[in-house]
Design a binder for this molecule. Sequence first.
Ligand code: 5FU
Length: 263
Amino acid sequence: SRTKMRFEARADLAKAKIAKDLFKLMATKKTNLCIAADVTSTDEILKIAEVCGPHICLLKTHVDIIENFNISFVQALKSLAEKHNFLIMEDRKFADIGNTTALQYANGIYKIAEWANLVTVHSLPGQSIIQGIKSVAANVESRGVFLLTEMSSQGNLINDKYKEGTIKMATEGLDTDFIAGIVCQSAECFAFPGLIQLTPGVKIDEGSDNLGQRYNTPEFVVKEKGADIGVVGRGILNASSIEKAASLYRDRLWSAYCDRVGL
Ligand code: 5FU
């Protein structure tokens, strides 16, 4: 099964160039930690990127929570991504028709297409949402999307039929060369080894928050649930030292991956 394969071998099977690059980056840098930089000032995000950069494969943003967004922030974040060798994902969870999504991706204040290597997308509107994003991606080789087939939140409405349709879109659709992976909670979601499983809801102290978020440990999500990349937000951001916490999560997630593939 895909969960027993090493990232290097899976890179060869990936259809999206950006997925190949991310698999290789993880294998070389020895990290499968994605930090969710959910803070509201550009300074705080840049500090997270500088301090945690050496430990992560991916930095995930919610750009619309930033209070003082500006273009020099984007330049600074891009240079830190280059310096520390990580990719940037904007967790926008697009969910509109292709034309509107294309405008939201490339235009407005944020111009996400210019700086985010990866974006998250709901499959709800159908194939046209992927086509819309792809149509305005300047360089298709350095861009890609993750489709959601499961959410970590309590009581979400995604059912089996929706999941199956989404996986079909990711593996048999028109734009498989632009789909890097799947955001989900379990290995059963898909079988194709060329897609990357990104799993949020990761915390050393399991449990939940008071707004429906549910957490599992790094070992559980990687070994039992097939996560290739674990997303950690508050588990790191609320620690007294974010640098130490990032290092700890990195070690726990990477050791779990090594155990899983027999490294
Ligand atoms: F698609 C999903 C999902 O199913 N659950 C999530 O929690 C995305 N997320 C994101 O991961 C969410 O928007 C946060 O940015 C992050 C989790 O942050 P936490 O602080 O670790 O709970």
